[in-house]
Design a protein. Structure first.
Length: 121
């Protein structure tokens, strides 16, 4: 058994264009720490930053002209990506394609910390 499982999720955006996002579910019993996650991003050449959301935080629909890469350090984050709901937990990682409408909301009673990067083409 590996440490994670990758899934490629195909969907149609609001313009009915075909899109795909990659979700990596962390499977190992011990999740990576913040500094380890930063090393993952650094090894990929990504300039990362931290996002720390309080419990109950909701970020409304928006989109970016670049891919969003995010890995959860602590807590849970529920994404709504073009109508597809997806819960990310500690150790999970997602790559959201550019120009994809999405929102996110912290789930549970604890805050959510994640490491993020924007990936241009």
């Amino acid at each position: 058994m590996g440490f994670y499982h990758d899934s490629l999720l195909d969907f149609k955006d609001q313009n009915q264009d075909n899109k795909a996002m990659i979700v990596r579910r962390w499977l190992a019993p011990i999740t990576p720490k913040k500094e380890q996650i930063k090393l993952f991003f650094e090894k990929e050449g990504l300039e990362f930053f931290e996002e720390d959301f309080e419990a109950g935080t909701h970020i409304t629909d928006h989109r970016h002209p670049f891919d969003e890469v995010r890995m959860i350090v602590k807590g849970q984050l529920l994404y709504n990506i073009a109508g597809n709901k997806l819960l990310l937990r500690e150790g999970d990682r997602i790559i959201i394609p550019s120009n994809t409408k999405h929102s996110k909301q912290v789930q549970g009673t604890e805050k959510c910390l994640s490491i993020c990067a924007y990936q241009a083409y």
